[in-house]
Design a protein around this ligand. Structure first.
Ligand SMILES: Nc1nc2c(ncn2[C@@H]2O[C@H](COP(=O)(O)OP(=O)(O)O)[C@@H](O)[C@H]2O)c(=O)[nH]1
Ligand SMILES: [Mg+2]
Length: 452
C-alpha cells in the first residue's frame, strides 16, 4: 500500500521525520534542516562531466533533439550551462550565473562563494519545446583540462564540480579513448561529496566515441585501461557498468559497431530515470549529513568526558586542601599571629560550638576554592584545549575507512568548535544527543530507505 505513494508524499515524509526526530539535535549543533532539503527544491538534475571533447554536448543535443549546445574538437565551451525548460507562460532565454545564485527558488546559492569568475562562466538556458527538460534539468560542463591549465580558470573547477555533484541526482562521467587521463581528478572531485559507498549508484560511467577505435582490439585495450583506472580509484572489487557508446557521425554507423547502438539507448533510458533517483539521493544526503553530525557529536562527547575526568582529579586534590584549610587554617594563624584566641579545632574539642568559630574555617576554605577555580579557568582549561587540539584525531576511534573518510570532512568544523566554543560545549549533554542521532540512523532512516 505505502509503496505506491508518490515521490512527493515520500519527500514530505522525509521532511516530517527529520523535523520531528532531529530538530532539537540540529538546532543544538547549529545546522539547518532546510539546507539539507535544498535538493528537493527544484527539478531533478543530471550532471554531465568528463574530459573536453569527449562528446558531452553532442550527447546532450542528441537527447534534446536539437543543436542547443555548441560542439567541436577543441575545448569549445568553457561554461557551466544548466539546461531547463521555460515554466508556465515564460519564454526561452538565458539567465546569468549572478542571478541564479540569488534565486531562492533554485538550489544554486552554495555556488556563490566560488566567486565572480565562476558566475560569469555559468548560466541557465531555458530551451523551448524539449519535453525531457520539463521533468529534469541537465548541466553541461566545460571539460577537464590538464591540471596545469586548470589553475588559469580563475575559480576552483574541481570544487564547483564537487558541489554540483552534491546537488545532482544522476552524474554521467564521460570519457573518450584518447584522453582517459583526467578521470582520476574528476572522480576525486565528486567522490568527496558523495556519501560513503552509497553515492556510487548515482554515477554512470561512459566510454564514448568508441567508433574511433580502429579495431576491436583497440577498443578492448581502451576499455581495459578504463576498468583498471576505475578500480584503482573506487577501490571496489566489483566493476561498475561502463556504457560503451558513440554518436554516429553523419548518421552512419561504421561496420562492426551496430551492436553498440543499444548501449546509447540504454544510457538515454537511464538518464530519463533520474527523477526516480531523486528520493534515493535525498536520503543519501540526509544520511551523509547525519553521519557527519554523529562523528562531530561523538567527538564532542569524548572531549567533554576527558575534561570531566581531568576536573575530577583537580577537585579531589583541591577539595582535600580545602578540607585541611577548613580545619587548620585558623590554627596556623594562631601559631604565627596569636589570633584568633580559640581556633575552630580547639572549640570543637572542648565542645564550645558557635558561629563565630566558623568564620575563619569558612574564609580559608573559600579562599582555597577560589584559587582552585582560578587555576582551572586560567591554566588547566586553556592548556587542556591546546592539548586536545594538538591530538584531535585521538579523541575517538577511527576504525573503519568510512569513518576516517567522514572524519576528514568534519575535522575542520570540530576544530573550530573546540577552539571557539569550548566552554559552551562542556555544558552540553552530548551523549544524549548522540543517542538520538543513532536512534534516527538505525530506526527512522532505515525505515525510509526501505520505502524506496
Ligand atoms: N567520432 C565521434 N565523434 C564524436 C562523438 N561524439 C562527439 N564527437 C565529436 O567530438 C567533438 C567534441 O564533441 P563535444 O560534444 O563538443 O564534446 P564536449 O567537449 O565533451 O562537449 C565534436 O566535433 C563532435 O562532433 C562520437 O561518439 N564519435
Ligand atoms: Mg561541450
Amino acid at each position: 500500500m505505502e509503496k505506491q505513494r508518490g515521490p512527493e508524499a515520500l519527500a514530505r515524509e522525509i521532511e516530517q521525520v527529520l523535523q520531528k526526530r532531529m530538530r532539537p539535535v540540529f538546532e543544538r549543533y547549529d545546522l539547518e534542516i532546510r539546507d539539507l532539503l535544498v535538493p528537493l527544491k527544484w527539478k531533478p538534475i543530471v550532471l554531465i562531466i568528463g574530459n573536453y571533447s569527449s562528446g558531452k554536448s553532442t550527447f546532450i543535443n542528441e537527447i534534446l533533439g536539437s543543436p542547443v549546445q555548441r560542439t567541436g574538437q577543441s575545448p569549445t565551451d568553457d561554461c557551466f550551462t544548466i539546461l531547463s525548460a521555460p515554466e508556465g507562460s515564460e519564454s526561452g532565454g538565458e539567465i546569468p550565473g549572478s542571478t541564479l545564485v540569488n534565486d531562492e527558488q533554485l538550489p544554486f546559492a552554495s555556488l556563490r562563494h566560488f566567486g565572480e569568475s565562476l558566475l560569469s562562466h555559468m548560466y541557465l538556458k531555458k530551451v523551448d519545446n524539449t519535453p525531457i527538460l520539463q521533468d529534469l534539468a541537465i548541466i553541461d560542463t566545460p571539460g577537464m583540462l590538464d591540471s596545469v591549465t586548470e589553475k588559469d580558470r580563475g575559480y576552483d573547477y574541481l570544487g564547483v564540480v564537487g558541489e554540483l555533484a552534491r546537488l545532482a541526482d544522476l552524474i554521467i562521467l564521460m570519457f573518450d579513448p584518447h584522453k582517459a587521463g583526467t578521470i582520476k581528478e574528476t572522480y576525486q572531485a565528486i567522490r568527496g561529496t558523495l556519501p560513503g559507498s552509497t553515492g556510487e549508484d548515482r554515477v554512470l560511467y561512459v566510454l564514448n566515441r568508441i567508433d574511433e577505435c580502429e579495431s576491436m582490439t583497440d577498443l578492448l585495450r581502451s576499455y581495459g585501461t578504463l576498468c583498471w583506472n576505475l578500480s584503482q580509484m573506487t577501490g571496489r572489487k566489483d566493476m561498475p557498468r561502463i556504457y560503451l557508446t558513440f554518436a554516429p557521425q553523419d548518421g552512419r554507423v561504421p561496420p562492426g559497431f551496430e551492436v553498440w547502438m543499444n548501449e546509447r539507448e540504454e544510457l538515454k533510458q537511464a538518464m530519463r530515470s533520474a527523477p526516480k533517483m531523486r528520493l534515493n539521493h535525498m536520503l543519501q544526503e540526509v544520511d551523509r549529513v547525519v553521519r557527519e553530525l554523529e562523528i562531530e557529536v561523538e567527538t564532542l562527547a569524548a572531549f567533554r568526558k576527558r575534561f570531566v575526568q581531568r576536573l575530577k582529579g583537580v577537585i579531589r586534590i583541591w577539595g582535600l586542601i580545602a578540607v585541611l584549610a577548613f580545619f587548620s587554617g585558623d590554627l596556623v594563624m594562631k601559631v604565627f599571629l596569636g589570633y584568633p584566641d580559640t581556633p575552630f579545632i580547639g572549640a570543637l574539642l572542648t565542645g564550645r560550638l558557635g558561629m563565630k568559630y566558623l568564620l575563619w574555617p569558612v574564609v580559608w576554605s573559600a579562599l582555597i576554592l577560589a584559587s582552585a577555580s582560578l587555576y582551572v579557568q586560567k591554566m588547566l582549561f586553556p592548556r587542556f584545549i591546546k592539548d586536545i587540539l594538538k591530538n584531535l584525531e585521538y579523541l575517538i576511534p577511527l576504525e573503519t575507512a568510512y569513518k576516517r573518510d567522514l572524519w576528514a570532512r568534519v575535522r575542520g568544523r570540530i576544530e573550530r568548535i573546540i577552539r571557539d566554543q569550548a566552554r559552551k560545549q562542556i555544558w552540553i549533554a552530548h551523549t544524549r544527543y548522540l543517542r538520538k542521532i543513532r536512534d534516527f540512523l538505525k530506526k527512522d532512516l532505515s525505515r525510509l530507505y526501505g520505502r524506496i
